[in-house]
Design a protein around this ligand. Structure first.
Ligand code: NOJ
Length: 815
């Protein structure tokens, strides 16, 4: 329950704020969604979004000062019409387009999806998905992946990558887009965001942290439009993610603070409503949290069609409207725009201060100059325009000058990097009697419709019964130039070894319902039976279940009845229930997620021990699907306009925080993963690095990432890690913090606050240290609106997973 003070604060801030529509007329109270409309279900201590105006102007502080000055020069030369063009998307060759202004030598902006590849492109690579990259728990890999993707975006002429993803964070196991993001933990996701953004931007491409914020389900992410009305007539508004202030700070906002700190160029506001107000016109989250509190200096772009108003959105903090049109997904360019000419009109009639419009453009152009995109940037590959089904040429209302070589091959030597990353991302969950690595087995039998080539075409815009899965669907997918299937890689390996005879059964229905010994038809069992399972997920829909698709559990059960060395590999969007995990004949299980184009090679490298697995789960695998909390809101039984509500009542208790708080046994916990060698941890030490630690941070001028005092290291914790097994391998020591008893109730029993990937030869030891910043050791106090280090004793535990914590040290920061 909130305290009286908290409740009063919310109530006070939730007083009606009036906005104005682009035509200058006052907005309907009812349409101004953070004012509680009558007869709706927006009630309770949260679910309101207080007004925060005006929108803070950028200053370029924190390293962008020079680029900011260049942007100021640029803005000073723009006509009113050009200003409107700078903030309004146009249909054109890329997924998002800002038109060129040739007289100022500005070539325009090309915005392209997405988080695992430049999607609308030929001759580009498909990298491991976010969930796979996060499973490496390897900062270096996360950076390398971002950099390599950045190289490809740039070579194709894309200025802005619509990646990476920190929302969804993974509140619900069912969310259809969890795989695009990283981990069901803000700390790990925060690190992954920083590394990926730095990678992209070091390669010269603007990164976009998306979807801001609370985009934790796909169902009703957008309004239901009236099919008989105009393009803006809404029957039911999008779902509202209702998140209390503490949960917002400690979970969902957290990784965006890392993104701001990494100087991310852009943030994409999400589709759904947040505490009653659309995310793309929500002044509390855009002006208040992002621009004020986190000191974000870049621009906020809307998700595609996520803009629902003109001036109200601009005042609320939105800087760029994408793709520019109105209606569902902004897909009707001829229906006009909330921005465009309305922006010019709003400035000329005094509704919108010109200084705010200038601020929007300064925010857009500062990262452009900062990254040197004004100098010799590659042209847009004309082939991208042909592949862009979102806005085909027939829809373009403006001219685009597409010169330069067509169909450039931008893949470079990324295949070997993708193969390595895919292998490093693989999580070994079970390895009974050292079933793995395989030792040149004479006979292998392969089962499952995920093992072989796709039969319905390679573009993952749909799930097909036959064919391996290496990426999910929607805007976060990639366009494969090739895809190495597990079966192809196993065959190649068998030929190389000159030993194995590989036979395969790819029809799940047949395997699930037949006697496998009859199928095998040989007197002796294969030495290993490999079962490949897949689980599809895509943008726009939540998962219907947590099992593998196409009766995967039944396939395993059938194979394991006959084969006493059944090895299961899952290619999945994320969480799967694994009811066969304790079957005595299932000797090994590997979660390979979506590894990208080298999928087969990556898994064969692990199966045969060329790569010693070191991936770790970025979420929890429960014993039963029914053990998971926080399901998406999948239906409402009433038809009121505002009735879609998703109450984040579990607050901080998502994933392991929930299982730990309720002592629920799990199958494989967050942070878990096996290796072909063994590791030990010893000698934990905690060293205080600052003298006095006041409970609240010094109020320093805000920099990108927020108050710099929050990033100051207060403690260094170190442990010694030893490889005690027979082979070279890497492990991930993890540090979890248990807050003192004085911390307000609802604090999770432990929270990840440090990790490091460390590779060791047999017998080798290394000291690994974790820097604990003030933010890591604070909770968000809703009353003082400040991060507070609580009084009393902290327990710091280090181990190899969230439930395998071996070393403990206790420290008191504030007496
Ligand atoms: C909608 C998706 O939510 C977003 O992630 C994507 O970047 C845009 N569409 C553009 O495709």
């Amino acid at each position: 329950m909130p305290t009286v003070a908290q409740f009063f604060l919310c109530g006070l801030l939730a007083v009606s704020a009036r906005g104005q529509d682009y035509d200058g007329s006052p907005r309907d109270e009812d349409a101004f969604s953070y004012v509680q409309p009558e007869n709706t279900t927006i009630l309770g201590p949260y679910g309101h979004s207080p007004p925060v105006f005006p929108s803070p102007h950028a200053t370029g502080s924190g390293g962008w000062e020079e680029a900011f000055a260049q942007a100021q020069d640029f803005v000073a030369q723009l006509t009113p019409e050009e200003k409107a063009d700078m903030v309004t998307g146009q249909f054109g060759p890329c997924v998002g387009n800002i038109v060129a202004i040739p007289r100022l030598n500005f070539g325009g902006l090309c915005l392209q999806d997405g988080p695992l590849a430049i999607r609308v492109a030929d001759y580009a690579s498909v990298f491991p998905a976010g969930v796979a990259a996060a499973s490496t728990w390897d900062r270096k890999i996360l950076y390398e992946r971002g950099f390599a993707m950045g190289e490809e975006f740039k070579a194709k002429g894309a200025h802005v990558a619509l990646a990476p993803v920190a929302g969804p964070l993974g509140r619900s196991a069912y969310s259809g887009r969890n795989w695009e993001g990283f981990a069901a933990d803000p700390y790990l996701t925060g690190v992954a965001m920083e590394e990926t953004i730095r990678g992209f931007q070091d390669a010269g491409v603007q990164a976009t942290a998306k979807h801001f914020v609370g985009n934790e389900q796909e169902t009703q992410r957008n309004p239901t439009y009236d099919p008989d009305g105009t393009v803006t007539d809404v029957l039911q508004e999008a779902v509202s993610s209702n998140i209390d202030d503490r949960t917002m700070h400690e979970l969902y906002l957290w990784p965006f603070a890392n993104a701001a700190r990494a100087r991310v160029a852009s943030v994409m506001c999400s589709y759904q409503r947040l505490n009653g107000s659309y995310a793309c016109e929500n002044s509390k989250i855009l002006n208040g949290l992002l621009k004020q509190e986190l000191g974000f200096q870049g621009y906020v772009m809307s998700d595609w069609g996520g803009t629902h108003s003109g001036v109200a959105s601009i005042e609320g903090g939105l800087d760029m409207n994408m793709p520019g049109g109105i209606g569902a997904y902004g897909q009707d360019p001829k229906a006009g725009s909330f921005f465009g000419g309305n922006v010019t009109r709003a400035v000329s009639n005094g509704t919108l201060p010109e200084s705010r419009l200038d601020d929007m453009i300064l925010r857009i152009m500062t990262p452009y100059f900062w990254l040197g995109q004004d100098r010799d940037y590659p042209t847009i590959d004309p082939s991208s325009a042909d592949l862009n089904t979102f806005s085909p040429r027939s829809e373009w209302l403006r001219e685009f000058n597409l010169t330069g070589p067509r169909s450039r091959d931008v893949r470079g030597d990324h295949a070997s990097l993708i193969r390595r990353h895919g292998a490093e991302a693989t999580v070994l969950l079970k390895n009974k009697n050292n079933a793995l690595p395989l030792r040149a087995p004479k006979t292998i039998a392969v089962f499952g419709n995920d093992a072989a080539e796709n039969t319905n075409g390679p573009v993952n815009q749909d799930t097909f019964e036959f064919g391996t899965l290496a990426a999910g669907g929607g805007s976060g997918t990639g366009r494969f130039t090739y895809l190495v299937s597990p079966l192809a890689a196993l065959n190649a390996r068998a030929r190389r070894d000159g030993t194995s005879l590989v036979q395969y059964w790819l029809n799940n229905k047949q395997v699930a319902t037949s006697s496998v010994s009859d199928l095998l038809g040989v007197p002796t069992q294969p030495e290993a039976c490999l079962v490949f399972l897949k689980t599809w997920a895509a943008e726009g829909e939540d998962r219907a279940h947590l099992d593998s698709d196409y009766s995967g559990n039944e396939v395993v059960a059938s194979v394991a009845k006959t084969c006493n060395n059944t090895i299961v590999v899952t290619h999945s969007s994320g969480i799967n229930t694994l009811p066969f995990a304790n079957h005595p004949n299932v000797t090994a299980i590997l979660a390979a997620h979506y590894p990208g184009q080298e999928s087969g090679n990556s898994i064969v490298d692990v199966l045969y021990g060329d790569v010693n697995p070191s991936g770790r789960l970025p979420y929890t695998i429960a014993r039963n699907g029914s053990d998971y909390n926080a399901p998406p809101t999948t239906e409402v039984t009433t038809n009121g306009k505002y009735d879609w509500q998703s109450w984040f009542d579990e607050k901080l208790e998502i994933d392991y925080r929930y299982f730990d708080a309720h002592n629920i046994p799990v199958l494989y916990e967050f942070g878990f993963g096996l290796s072909y060698t063994k590791f030990n941890i010893s000698n934990v030490r905690a060293e205080r690095v600052v003298q006095a630690i006041p409970s609240t941070p010094e109020r320093l001028p805000v920099q990108p990432g927020g108050n710099p005092a929050l990033w100051e290291t207060l403690y260094n914790v170190s442990v010694s890690v030893t490889n005690t097994g027979p082979v070279h391998g890497a492990t991930v020591p993890q540090l979890y913090v248990t807050f003192p008893d004085s911390t307000p109730s609802g604090t999770p029993p432990k929270q990840l606050r440090g990790f490091e990937k460390v590779a060791l030869e047999p017998g080798e030891s290394r000291v690994v240290s974790f820097a604990l910043a003030r933010r890591d050791l604070s909770y968000w106090d809703v009353v003082s609106q400040e991060w507070v280090v609580p009084e009393g004793e902290f327990t710091l535990r280090v181990g190899f997973s969230s439930r395998d914590l071996r070393e403990v040290v206790r420290v008191t920061l504030v007496e």
